[in-house]
Design a protein around this ligand. Structure first.
Ligand code: 13P
Length: 247
């Protein structure tokens, strides 16, 4: 399965950041990356980055969408709006949204289904907090989030799962290769139970949390790791190109 290098810019980026996409385009020009490439900027930049990335391998995605198609939801963005602006995917259920906006797995599932209904790929995020990790609850937390958040009828074409331990995000810490392997294997088994063994092997499982050019190759070599969801290191074209090269 072709891996995915996905960048999550979070709440970073102004109009001038279009230059980073141009720089990434230049870096990738003439290379044939061994992975798919996706950048998820803030909603304000989806359209300009999609325009800038046109004709390249770089796809653009959103960071969140509402579960409704339209309506009285001040400040929210629908999947149709992202699609209209040029997005091909959307992240749902990032731990920062689960924490900052009280999103439950039920909400996340509804968002993923809304995204898929509009033809977007849903990137469903899961991950335990430090307290849960230290209590030895990682697998049960991840299982509960997967069970609650995976959209009905998920397939490899519509759905990507991202495992992001909350304590590894922006901290410079990463789990050991054994820990990543154990969780990704458990997610694969969960996907098999929820879809089918065949379909489960078509659903990409990304690792996220302090992925950098220097550790990407090691993380990507782990069984059942089918790509990376990258925060900080996706903001600079040089760093992200380094991660793409490591895929
Ligand atoms: P960092 O790569 O900055 O740790 O962020 C990971 C993340 O949350 C991506 O969604």
């Amino acid at each position: 399965m072709k891996p995915l290098a996905a960048g999550n810019w979070k709440m970073n980026g102004l109009k001038a950041s279009v230059s980073e996409i141009m720089a990434l385009k230049d870096r990738l020009d003439g290379t044939a990356p061994a992975c798919d490439v996706l950048i998820c900027p803030p909603a304000t930049l989806v359209m300009s980055l999609a325009d800038a990335a046109a004709g390249s391998v770089i796809q653009i995605g959103g960071q969140d969408c509402h579960s409704a198609v339209s309506g009285p939801h001040t400040g929210d963005v629908s999947a149709a709006m992202l699609k209209d602006a040029g997005a091909s995917a959307v992240i749902v259920g990032h731990s920062e949204r689960r924490a900052d906006h009280g999103e439950t797995s039920e909400t996340v599932k509804a968002k993923a289904q809304a995204a898929i209904a509009e033809g977007l790929v849903a990137i469903v995020c899961l991950g335990e907090t430090l307290a849960e990790h230290e209590a030895g609850d990682t697998l049960s937390v991840v299982h509960a989030q997967l069970n609650g958040s995976l959209p009905d009828g998920a397939t490899g074409a519509t759905t990507i799962v991202a495992y992001e331990p909350v304590w590894a995000i922006g901290s410079g810490l990463t789990p050991t290769a054994e820990q990543v392997a154990e969780v990704h294997q458990a997610i694969r088994a969960g996907l098999s139970a929820m879809t089918s063994a065949e379909e489960a092997h078509l659903i990409r499982i990304l690792y996220g949390g302090s992925v950098k050019p220097s550790n990407a190759a090691e993380l990507m070599a782990i069984d059942n790791v089918n790509g990376a969801l990258v925060g900080g290191a996706s903001l600079k074209a040089d760093d992200f190109a380094g991660i793409i090269a490591a895929m």
